[in-house]
Design a binder for this molecule. Structure first.
Ligand SMILES: Nc1ncnc2c1ncn2[C@@H]1O[C@H](COP(=O)(O)OP(=O)(O)OP(=O)(O)O)[C@@H](O)[C@H]1O
Ligand SMILES: [Mg+2]
Length: 269
């Protein structure tokens, strides 16, 4: 159990894949909920103009007074942007559609790639005692995703277990390499996570074999199964862990949290 009164810098993970609908938001919410359930303090940053992780965590558009957009523009203090959710230990900086203009509005800003870094990698964040910050990225390698990768310690890549899953991954890896060379030399790949996996489906198994052959240890041992409870949970503004604690989806996200914590404990040793 972590002690919220102890100041510390959180580990920041960008959850990214430029492909749409691969499970970025689902993973952000449910990995966040699984870590929070274990007593870790988690901040989710919704960096997608779709605002799906804000909605999924029960924060209605009317309650999104300050958003990640204001945070990027340095128009709001962290403390005013952070909202509590219904789950203990799980907090959110929400997003609205306003964020969709950021890409264009920020082009002329010479610090445009470092705006989120400026907001999250500062001593001020230590006072909140967060252990993890999870950034839900939009389905694009645009300026928002670049901001997430510049601010993050690592990138977690959800990969939908279906045909063409590995296509586009090389583009993503190239972006990570470029960001390492230019702005964030210590950026790591946290891991590639197979999502919506159907063990009865040959294609799922083939994607898994391909991913493990090509990427080896970069692929998480934990696999997230296709599970209807996972897809139902956001419409009740709950994580799957709260919505159906006994479901296979909830179990898988708890296992993912354990795997991540084991990895981090090894890295820290
Ligand atoms: N394990 C799962 N089992 C069943 N459905 C799932 C699972 N994971 C995700 N889904 C469903 O798949 C759809 C896409 O998931 P999600 O919104 O998390 O993807 P995304 O990568 O964030 O999408 P976008 O690129 O639009 O932001 C959603 O309807 C979600 O409920
Ligand atoms: Mg999403």
């Amino acid at each position: 159990m972590s002690d919220p009164s102890r100041p510390r810098a959180p580990k920041i993970i960008a959850i990214a894949n430029q492909k749409g609908g691969v499970g970025k938001t689902t993973t952000t919410i449910n990995l966040g909920a699984a870590l929070a359930e274990k007593g870790l303090r988690v901040l989710v940053v919704d960096l997608d103009p779709q605002g799906n992780s804000s909605t999924g965590l029960g924060i209605e558009p009317d309650d999104r007074q300050y958003t990640s957009y204001e945070l990027l523009l340095d128009d709001v203090a962290l403390e005013d942007a952070i909202l509590a959710t219904d789950q203990e230990n799980l907090h959110l900086i929400p997003a609205t559609v306003d964020l969709s203009s950021a890409d264009i509005e920020l082009v002329s800003n010479e610090k445009r790639s470092f705006l989120l870094h400026g907001a999250l990698r500062q001593p001020e964040i230590e006072q909140f005692g967060f252990d993890y910050v999870l950034i839900d990225c939009p389905p694009s390698l645009n300026l928002l995703t670049v901001n997430a990768m510049v601010a993050a310690h690592s990138v977690l890549v959800p990969l939908q277990s279906e045909f063409f899953a590995l296509e586009g991954l090389s583009q993503l890896m190239l972006t990570v390499r470029e960001i390492r060379q230019s702005a964030n030399p210590d950026l790591r790949i946290e891991g590639v996570l197979l999502t919506m996996y159907d063990a009865r489906n040959n294609l799922s198994r083939q994607v898994e074999d391909d991913a493990r052959d090509n990427l080896g240890d970069l692929v998480f041992s934990t696999v997230i199964p296709r599970n209807v409870r996972v897809s139902e949970a956001p419409s009740y503004a709950m994580s799957v862990l709260t919505y159906d604690s006994q479901s296979k989806g909830a179990a898988a996200y708890r296992e993912l949290a354990d795997e991540l914590l084991r990895k981090d404990a090894r890295l820290a040793a």
